[in-house]
Design a protein around this ligand. Structure first.
Ligand SMILES: Cc1cc2nc3c(=O)[nH]c(=O)nc-3n(C[C@H](O)[C@H](O)[C@H](O)COP(=O)(O)OP(=O)(O)OC[C@H]3O[C@@H](n4cnc5c(N)ncnc54)[C@H](O)[C@@H]3O)c2cc1C
Ligand code: SF4
Length: 483
């Protein structure tokens, strides 16, 4: 294609992502977004203006070299595109699928000021998938340094830290409490949003190329304490996430049929509950499900519930039930990614905005039979800047439901802090660590990702793992002693 000028580039319309039909996809767990073809990716890449001061890069938490990888892509040099991408981002096939681009890189893209931003996330996914299929960017490993490091937790922060340390020639052991690695990427985010072949592709490649030793079913704080790890390893990175769910303090919370979204999603994803929806275990949803909350976790829970119901009703010839998302604020405050909200609506999720449960109602056997809710209105902005919900007196009503899934946020699991003297925690239960280096107040211990920030994003966890690995590497090489 002949070189286009700025005006011509600005005339090209953003290219849609092909998706599975909503009526078809609510009956399966296959990926919803089907990805760009090579031709579409190149056409979308033509829209980029190659800004001298690229605002998109400023919007990316790890500063991916966006104009550079897009230029290589549109010139058809995929090997170069991967190289540019990997300077800052080890996991583009994952980030391209789950990052909240609309508030990060795309939210800052200059084209978004008057029209639609370059579809940076979709292009990132295209480059990431190319690399998964062709492996043009080998994970080179430096000569062994004779130093070893333990990484605790195999989510995006731990994986990134382990890979970067492995590449520098350090011997890395990755400890994971669950029976499979990947953290939230595997047990939280469902297959239809992030296929596990993508996550396992990255993990297996790292293990094969770098010899990282993964020890699953090892709970640090129980199987070994942090202090025991420090006896055996020169450095320890904690990337244990924020997997402890919060519950509402309302009557009825202990009834059968009330669960946390974390438990529900783990049963669906890690234990593959969706493969046998006709049985009560490892997960069962009823015919009227209410998910409380409206973040990414809530969105995944409603969409999984919907699929479980549809699969179950096909087996039993019953009519599918209903899935409600109950949120105390309005549509404008929904914190989930825009795309997930849109997809959930297309699939048939019912949204109950400005509604809050005040009691969960049970039957004589202790099973959930309904919720007493109250209508809300929006008051003054709170600390987060969002208008706070205020109950409307006398507006209480009952809602018939048989399953209630709480998706109200999470905090770090305290186990890793057991027998870890000197590892400081905030009042919110998060580890205290330097944001630039990941160093905690305990010697030779680094931390990053959700365990430090509280529930955040994949890319921010990855960035923290990268920064900590750089500092650990310097420490192990004697270039940055512990002060
Ligand atoms: C359902 C869901 C959907 C999400 N959707 C998105 C999204 O679309 N986009 C986005 O950017 N972010 C999303 N997030 C947030 C994102 O996944 C997290 O911010 C990110 O995974 C945090 O990475 P991490 O490495 O800090 O921790 P995690 O991914 O939580 O990994 C921590 C790992 O440590 C292990 N562990 C914990 N304690 C111990 C211990 N004591 N010993 C050994 N191992 C331990 C855990 O089992 C886990 O495997 C979502 C989160 C959830 C729950
Ligand atoms: S801001 Fe948009 S147009 Fe400019 S370099 Fe970034 S992606 Fe391209």
């Amino acid at each position: 294609m002949a070189e286009l000028n700025q005006k011509e580039r600005m005339k090209i319309k953003r290219h849609d992502m092909p998706n599975q039909d909503p009526l078809v996809r609510r009956r399966n767990y296959d990926e919803v977004a089907l990805g760009y073809s090579e031709a579409t990716a190149k056409k979308e890449a033509e829209r980029c203006l190659q800004c001298k001061d690229p605002k998109c890069v400023q919007g990316c938490p790890v500063g991916v070299l966006i104009p550079q990888f897009i230029k290589a892509l549109r010139e058809g040099d995929m090997v170069k595109a991967v190289e540019w991408m990997k300077v800052k981002n080890n996991l583009p096939a994952i980030c391209g699928r789950v990052c909240p681009q609309e508030t990060q890189c795309e939210g800052n893209c200059i084209l978004g000021k008057k029209g639609e931003p370059v579809a940076i996330g979709r292009l990132e996914r295209f480059v990431g998938d190319f690399e998964l299929a062709h492996r043009t960017c080998p994970l080179a490993k430096a000569a062994p340094t004779g130093k070893n490091a333990a990484v605790v937790g195999s989510g995006p922060s731990g994986l990134t830290c382990a890979v970067d340390l492995g590449r520098e020639g350090h011997k890395v052991t990755l400890f994971e409490s669950l029976h499979g690695p990947g953290g939230v990427l595997v047990y939280g985010i469902p297959e239809f949003r992030l296929p596990k072949r993508v996550v396992y592709g990255e993990i297996n490649y790292a293990v094969e190329c770098l010899g990282i030793d993964i020890k699953i079913d090892h709970v640090i704080g129980r199987t070994f304490t942090l202090d025991e790890l420090l006896n055996d390893y020169d450095a320890v990175f904690l990337g244990t996430g924020a997997g402890l769910p919060s519950f509402m303090r309302i009557p009825g919370i202990n009834l059968n049929g009330v669960m946390s979204a974390n438990e529900f999603l783990t049963r669906v994803n890690l234990m593959k509950g969706y493969l046998f929806p006709q049985y009560d275990t490892p997960v069962k949803v009823g015919r009227k499900v209410a998910v409380i909350g409206a973040g990414n976790v809530a969105m995944d829970a409603v969409r999984c519930s919907l699929r479980l119901q549809t699969l179950h009703s096909r087996k039993t010839n019953e009519l599918p039930g209903e899935v409600h998302m109950v949120y105390r604020r309005s549509r404008d405050e929904v914190p989930a990614r825009e795309e997930e909200f849109h997809h959930a609506g297309e699939e048939g999720v019912i949204f109950d905005f400005l509604t809050n449960p005040v009691e969960i109602l049970g039957d004589e056997k202790g099973n959930v039979k309904g919720m007493r809710c109250i209508r809300m209105r929006l008051g003054e902005p709170d600390k987060s800047g969002r208008r706070s919900p205020v109950p409307i007196e006398g507006s209480e009503f009952e809602m018939e439901v048989d399953t209630v899934i709480m998706a109200l946020g999470t905090s770090p699991n305290p186990l890793v802090f057991v027998e870890a003297e000197g590892l400081e925690r905030t009042k919110h239960g998060t580890a205290v660590a330097d944001p630039e280096t990941g160093r905690t107040r305990k010697m030779r211990v680094w931390a990053g990702g959700d365990v430090v920030t509280g529930a955040a994003t994949v890319i921010s966890a990855m960035g923290a793992g990268k920064r900590a690995a750089a500092d650990i590497d310097k420490f192990l090489k004697g270039e940055a002693p512990w002060q």
